[in-house]
Design a protein around this ligand. Structure first.
Ligand code: DX5
Ligand code: ZN
Length: 222
């Protein structure tokens, strides 16, 4: 079970300090939200900033590309120091090719779906993907509410992973906080992205510990 704080909710005037703080608080990954103003109605950061983030943390960079035609930029984000690059089913014209490009760089390839995209769009990529990312909000902004229908999609993808018989991480992104992380874990997730749920709290260490306690109890119950 891994926690991946989304730095979109961090204080960018002191990003280095924020990165150190989540590292010391026990985060597993750093979730980096890349937005292009086309696939989603917001523009955030590019490879130049990802490269700076890489220099400021020892944690693996979990880079979430919310951009059209991601295959055009895989090379740049790989060079910037990503460990995982996730592309969207809805944005990649040649999804299989994009996934292979990421794997050819020696990185983990993630594939994501938006809240209204059916899980069966993932069927033919289960043989290749290293990570599936279920969006539990509409991508574009942090601080939105968790969409409850995401839970049944997480359950369905957990079953698909079982059938695929390969080690695929199941990540969920959007609206995850201490008070709902347990149900997300119960549905079958094993990587939890949280932006405002961590950076919006005063003590990151305490928050991540509380999240771990919630998902730890799920393990014990299973
Ligand atoms: C949404 C992003 C998320 C977001 C999460 O487009 O992909 O990673 O920053 O933020 P919270 O946890 O606040 O919903
Ligand atoms: Zn994200």
């Amino acid at each position: 079970m891994k926690i991946s704080p989304s730095i979109l909710s961090a204080d960018f005037t002191c990003l280095g300090k924020e990165l150190k703080a989540i590292e010391e608080a026990g985060a597993d990954y750093v979730h980096v939200d890349v937005m292009d103003g086309r696939f989603v109605p917001n523009i955030t950061i590019g490879p130049f900033v990802v490269e700076a983030i890489k220099r400021a943390t020892a944690l693996p960079l979990d880079v979430h590309l919310m951009i059209d035609e991601p295959e055009k930029y895989v090379e740049d984000f790989a060079r910037a120091g990503s460990s995982i690059i996730t592309v969207h089913v809805e944005a990649a014209r040649h999804l299989h090719k994009a996934v292979q490009m990421i794997k050819d760089k020696g990185l983990k390839a993630g594939v994501s779906i938006n809240p209204a995209t059916p899980v069966n769009t993932l069927e033919d990529i289960m043989e290749d993907a290293d990570l599936i990312l279920i969006m539990s909000v509409n991508p574009g902004f942090s601080g939105q509410g968790f969409i409850p229908s995401s839970l049944k999609k997480i359950e369905a993808v957990r079953r698909m992973i079982g059938e695929a018989g390969r080690p695929i991480e199941l990540e969920v992104d959007g609206g995850i906080k201490i008070n709902n992380i347990k149900e997300v874990a119960l549905a079958g997730a094993d990587v939890f992205v949280s932006g405002s749920g961590i950076f919006g709290t005063g003590d990151y260490k305490k928050t991540i510990a509380a999240m771990r306690k919630e998902i730890g109890s799920v393990k014990a119950e299973v």
